[in-house]
Design a protein. Structure first.
Length: 682
């Protein structure tokens, strides 16, 4: 078990040595090190730690405390050693990029799931005779295991064996993007893993990858593993945690994507204080993307983590609505009258669907928005078992298009949009018409460049909508209406708070750490985000964008209403807060940046990365729009600011990595036909 922070960890380590066996990727050698622990976070058994030894060797066996230490880089006597494992005569040793599993003392606060699979059984890789791989990554089968597949990849002169599929939606990682800094990005939705550890680096994945010891033997290639891991969807980063620091209180208002991202990283990075979620939704955080895409009414089928998981990692859930925050006394008041204190506060309240301020839309029934499970349940109840309803959807952006697509198979769906083509503002008219054509094949009718005038009922049923009237005189029969006209930041409870300055759209402006600018005061004296007390993520956060095109047209901050962005922002804040409570809090923490990624299913799988916050003045299409196999490059000046694709994975994810590293190709290279997949990330 990992070391509990309540024990005297520093003195224990400083005066003792570590003697263990280090299982390399396909060899095992003994490692003996005189260890002075300089920056070890006690409740962080899963993450990368650094052990710096600066004293003469003391041969004390702590193997009963440490089960394994996995290293990827060794420096001895101030000289790098990545290949020679002869450690004789070492007087100074730095083991960096190392991870310690199952460090046990008493009392315990965390239980980790091992990154390296158990070595109880040995399995042969089918059809492989050596670790001289034909490419940087291959998918292999495990002999004797039905559907037992692994990913083998080479990086940094080593071979790594990992779970073969992304733990988010199961994409084959062999088709992912591998970077020089050991990031492996899923080809579908941008989930990213560290190949040396299997840890999650970026959303939307929650589970890490299993890591296996792989080696050559008698003309074959083998892995050591627990057989059950071949069938598992990766591994839990943290299996359980008990609160050891009662005075440290992180409160999160909201129960969405940003919330789950923050919780995951807080616990994985060793924070062992109290975590409390305050959410007015009746369910725990769920996969909201499936609401509009699949109209799933059962929240149990959408949960990101089961109820038991929150208990096991000591997260309290308060089903209540936050009504006020006292930023001076650091308390949150709820609708039921409860007052909840905090040390650090994360605002993750999401968005509130907009309504139309037009005649009939407020008064009549069977007019819906789509944001929650209850909304889905209400829509499906109105559709009823007989289907074949007349459904009018107002709004031709993602929510409207996705729900229209989901309902079109058994109903008569009409979509009304103000633009000349669906999603024109974001995707451009050419690409938007591809989605329109796809949905028209399913029977959806479009009324574009249209404005809504009013909604009326019938004399037979005056309480419910019967017709939607457009300003050009068109009357659309409607058994029900679904509004997809955008969302506003859910910050109403802060609107009259004298300590808060909201942006014009109702959002909160943050710094690169997602610390709320107007609430930083004099606390943030080290300019690394850790000493701030209030953070905002997701739909309510307007944050400084670091991708291509930022500031090119005067706009430097952006508010993005995407699932992946919210979760990555939550992960960033979790990392910052965990750092604030760590022993290394005085060390500046570099802000973690990411490129926005989103996806949709509109008659084909759409991928998108980047942002057109300052617009785009050119759209370069490569491929065939009519066949649904293309890449679209959104250009501002000479800069490619965003990329979309259908049927061309993993181009968008490669572009996201190029953008992140500042190496994205420009307009000239795109016009010249550069193959983005061949552009070097180094």
């Amino acid at each position: 078990m990992p070391l509990s922070p309540s024990c005297p960890s520093r003195s224990l380590i400083r005066h003792r040595a570590i003697q263990i066996t280090r299982p390399l990727l396909y060899t095992s050698v003994p490692v003996i090190a005189a260890a002075t622990l300089v920056t070890y976070r006690p409740c962080n058994p899963q993450r990368t730690s650094s052990i710096i030894a600066t004293h003469p060797l003391q041969f004390v066996d702590l193997s009963h405390h440490i089960k394994t230490i996995h290293t990827t880089h060794i420096i001895k006597n101030n000289k790098t050693n990545t290949g020679n494992n002869n450690l004789n005569g070492i007087s100074h040793l730095l083991i960096s990029k190392a991870r310690i599993n199952h460090f046990s003392t008493s009392p315990q606060s965390f239980t980790a799931t091992s990154k390296m699979s158990s070595t109880s059984s040995t399995f042969k890789i089918k059809g492989l005779t050596s670790l001289d791989l034909p490419s940087d990554k291959i998918e292999v089968e495990v002999e004797g295991i039905e559907k037992g597949k692994l990913l083998l990849l080479k990086h940094g002169g080593q071979i790594h064996a990992l779970t073969a599929n992304c733990t988010h939606y199961g994409a084959p990682l062999v088709k992912g993007v591998l970077t020089p800094d050991a990031r492996l990005t899923c080809p579908w939705h941008g989930a990213c893993y560290n190949v040396t550890t299997g840890d999650v680096e970026d959303a939307p994945a929650l589970n890490g990858l299993h890591k296996y010891e792989v080696f050559e033997k008698d003309g074959g290639v083998y892995v050591k593993a627990d057989e059950g891991t071949f069938k598992e969807n990766g591994r839990l980063p943290i299996a359980s945690c008990s609160v050891a620091q009662q005075h440290q209180k992180v409160v999160i208002i909201g129960g969405g994507s940003g919330t789950i991202g923050a919780i995951e990283v807080l616990r994985e990075h060793g924070f062992n204080g109290q975590i409390t979620i305050i959410s007015k939704e009746p369910n725990l955080p769920l996969d909201r993307t499936k609401l509009s895409k699949a109209l799933i009414p059962d929240p149990e089928k959408l949960l990101l983590r089961p109820k038991e998981w929150y208990s096991s990692v000591s997260v309290s859930v308060v089903s209540d609505e936050a009504t006020a925050v006292d930023f001076t006394n650091k308390t949150v008041s709820t609708k039921s009258g409860e007052i909840i204190p905090y040390t650090k506060l994360i605002l993750a309240t999401g968005g509130t669907p907009r309504r139309l301020p037009l005649p009939g839309f407020k008064e009549l029934g069977n007019i819906f928005v789509l944001r929650t499970v209850k909304d889905v349940q209400a829509i499906l109840a109105a559709v009823g078992p007989t289907k074949k309803k007349e459904i009018v959807i107002i709004g031709s952006s993602f929510i409207g298009m996705e729900v229209g697509n989901a309902l079109s198979k058994e109903n008569n769906v009409k979509i009304v949009g103000m633009e000349s083509a669906p999603l024109e503002r974001i995707m451009g008219a050419k690409v938007g018409r591809v989605f329109q054509s796809n949905l028209e094949k399913n029977g959806v009718k479009f009324y574009m460049a249209a404005s809504v005038d009013k909604a009326t009922s019938s004399s037979a049923d005056p309480s419910n909508v019967a017709t939607v009237h457009l300003k050009d005189g068109t009357a659309l029969p409607a058994d029900l209406v679904i509004l997809g006209v955008g969302v506003g930041p859910a910050t109403e409870f802060l609107r009259d708070n004298p300590a808060v300055t909201l942006e014009r759209d109702g959002s909160l402006k943050t710094d690169e750490y997602f610390a709320v600018e107007c609430l930083k005061g004099n606390n943030n004296n080290n300019n690394n985000g850790s000493s701030s007390d209030v953070y905002a993520v997701g739909d309510i956060a307007t944050y400084p964008y670091n991708g291509p095109g930022a500031g090119q047209g005067g706009v430097t901050h952006v508010r993005i209403e995407h699932w992946d962005v919210a979760q990555n922002a939550g992960r960033s804040v979790g990392r910052t807060i965990a750092h604030a409570f760590s022993s290394s809090s005085s060390v500046p923490l570099k802000a973690k940046t990411f490129i926005p990624i989103f996806w949709s299913a509109l008659g084909g799988q759409l991928r998108y990365c980047g942002n057109t916050m300052n617009g785009f003045d050119d759209l370069i299409i490569k491929g065939e729009l009519d066949e649904g196999k293309f890449v679209a490059y959104y250009v501002l000046g000479e800069t490619v600011v965003a990329v979309a694709s259908m049927g061309m994975d993993p181009i968008v994810m490669k572009c996201a990595e190029l953008m992140k590293s500042g190496k994205m190709v420009g307009k000239k290279e795109v016009n010249e036909g550069v193959d983005v997949l061949k552009v070097d990330l180094a």
